[in-house]
Design a protein around this ligand. Sequence first.
Ligand code: DGT
Ligand code: CA
Ligand code: CA
Ligand code: ZN
Length: 593
Amino acid sequence: MSRNDEIATLLEEFADLLDAKGVEYKPRAYRRAAENIRDHPGAIEGLAAEGQDSIGEIDGVGDAISSKVVEYFETGEIEELTELREELPVEMDALTAVEGIGPKSVGSLYEALGITTLDELEAAAEAGEIQAVSGFGAKTEQNILDNIDFAREAHERSLLGEARPYGDQVRKYMAAGDAVAECALGGSIRRWRPTIGDVDVLVGSADTEAVVDRFTAWDELDRVIESGETKASAYADDVRVDLRVVDPSEFGAALQYFTGSKDHNVAVRNRAIERDLKVNEYGVFREVRSTSSSRTQSDDDVEGVEDDDQRAGERVAGKSEEGVYDALGMDWVPPELRENRGEVAAAADGSLPDLLTEGEVRGDIHTHTDWSDGGNTVAEMVEGAVDFGHDYLAVTDHATGPGMVGGVGVSDERLREQISEVESVAAAADIDVFTGVEANIAADGTISVADDLLADLDVVVASPHAALDGDGTDRLVAAAEHPDVNVIGHPTGRYLNRREGLDVDMERLADAAADNDTALEINANPARLDLGGGAVKQAVEAGAEVVINTDAHSPDNFGLLRYGVHTARRGWAETADVLNTRDADGLREFLDA
Ligand code: DGT
Ligand code: CA
Ligand code: CA
Ligand code: ZN
């Protein structure tokens, strides 16, 4: 989490607690300030170091709020917030995840019934106590009962970038266990979905209890929720980790089943049925009973059937995942593709894409330095790119324009100065270094930098940074058509779990991009992953090129590349679809076109 996010989250908590206390107007001001701080492209700690007035330059941030931000940086807490938390010790996020329950209701329910958690809320609703509270009725009470399970589940999904490191660690840790024959990640994290409900870990072992014991003893875990003979669930920070242990002979079938997605598995099961086979988490079986082969299976059919029944029939596969697909006459399907977007048919007729791999990306063409809101000099970023193994780097600091506040954006005049600096670093560098800019796309599609300057830069990334709701197609198409724009950066402007971003007609945008030699970015920042897999697939099908950039603000951000690569794979991208798999000359050719 960036410090901007951290501060914004605190201010939002502040707003919720004020709402819960029945304070008027103020909560709205805190929410607005929070949103602007979150969207502010510059690091808030930089502004804080300059003093309270610099923070106050952000839209909607007045004295009262900027002084609290300064207080937080100086003392590590906001005293007033601490007091509010003590007055209202409620699990606000969990409770407000119930549809129809806002911070105000939480305040009233705490005051009347002392409710602080979802469990307490559920108990009070079941006991009929809610409808007795003024302002609440029988309908609200029923609504709580209807929605509480969903709220428990959906309340927070982790970002892939937060969950994946735990996934990698737990797999390594479990794989080193004596009793562990095989270990793999499953579920959404294996498919590299941008958000993760829980990290699924699958182990093949004959000694299930030893495996569960090893898992619950992992020292990254903060708390174990449940543990049984063959499974366990726990939390590491806010990331939920689920363990399942199966017999090694069934590992492949279990891995296929628990990787999902559910929709992919339904399609696979239906293919099995067409071939008089049955596939489930225990294996692939030739059907002995005639009844179930006469119809296709809906998703719930497997539920509630005894294990022994599920293992009935002649077993033809299940030890390896490849074997499972092979028994169904399919090529093995890369997990990123398992979203039921046509991969089952493609695997059956041998036409799966030859997906891009991590090592094939040769450079990053959307990065920032301390000329705008990055933390490092041009030379340090170039050195970092060399260390990472890149063949080239483009320096694309923020230009001024819509969305850039607090002096983050570089003026045209300063950009001209930067060109000389980048060129002198380039002259001494071991890799190709390109000049560039990240310009802003205004709501009407205009670009925030003078045309003659754009024409002098090697790489022009144009990105939306303000007015990030509603339909953005016209705006992005206009930017893509600009003769000097090479890349549309984070096209939708989405922020995962926070903001949906622009609606975009991808086909129209991709057509415009393809016609004008503009690449569409997959921004690898885990808070964005923008474009996402579905949009990438549409873009690639329409003939557009995509480019995978980290939007690095420091050298250690180059490592985020892998999230972009796997997002590209979720979009069925092959090497040739991705601009920065080209070598430096190939890139130059695209830029000059
Ligand atoms: P998540 O954790 O919400 O990000 O998403 P997944 O896909 O990891 O889902 P999860 O953890 O609930 O279950 C892992 C996989 O197990 C899921 O992708 C498919 C399989 N699975 C779980 N429950 C069911 C089910 O009720 N029906 C079917 N067909 N598959 C299921
Ligand atoms: Ca999962
Ligand atoms: Ca799970
Ligand atoms: Zn950027």
